[in-house]
Design a protein around this ligand. Structure first.
Ligand code: AMP
Ligand code: ZN
Length: 115
């Protein structure tokens, strides 16, 4: 755990979150500043800075991350209508938190490409 990392501190229970789901290696919680009617972040409990740092050794954790995202979509009634999964990487994407997080976005139709 990185003690200076906001999401590591949430995973550790040192900071509060609005939990939506969890698994052995992942935690899902509501985004504090939602961009959509449903905006949930799914994070690994282990610290990984962003998607560019993923390697083969992360395969199991990553599969679990997507499994939790699928569970969140079901709980939020998004499975039939659809939703968007996003990893931001680097400055141009607007990435602000240096702990891997998968955005689960849904609840209204979305344009493509994103602005
Ligand atoms: P990104 O731009 O991909 O780095 O997204 C980071 C997201 O984390 C943003 O949508 C923020 O609103 C969200 N966020 C920041 N702090 C918190 C927090 N304490 N709890 C939940 N979400 C947060
Ligand atoms: Zn972290």
């Amino acid at each position: 755990m990185a003690t200076d990392c906001l999401f590591c501190r949430i995973v550790a229970g040192d900071l509060p979150c609005s939990e939506v789901a969890s698994s052995e290696n992942t935690l899902a919680f509501r985004d504090i500043n939602p961009a959509m009617p449903t905006h949930v972040l799914v994070v690994p409990k282990v610290h990984v800075p962003d998607a560019s740092h993923l390697r083969a050794e992360h395969a199991e954790m990553l599969a679990e991350l997507f499994e939790t995202a699928r569970q969140v979509a079901g709980q939020e009634d998004l499975a039939d209508r659809g939703y968007r999964l996003v990893f931001n990487v680097g400055a141009d994407s607007g990435n602000t938190i240096g702990h891997l997080h998968l955005h689960v976005l849904g609840g209204r139709t979305m344009g493509w490409p994103p602005g």
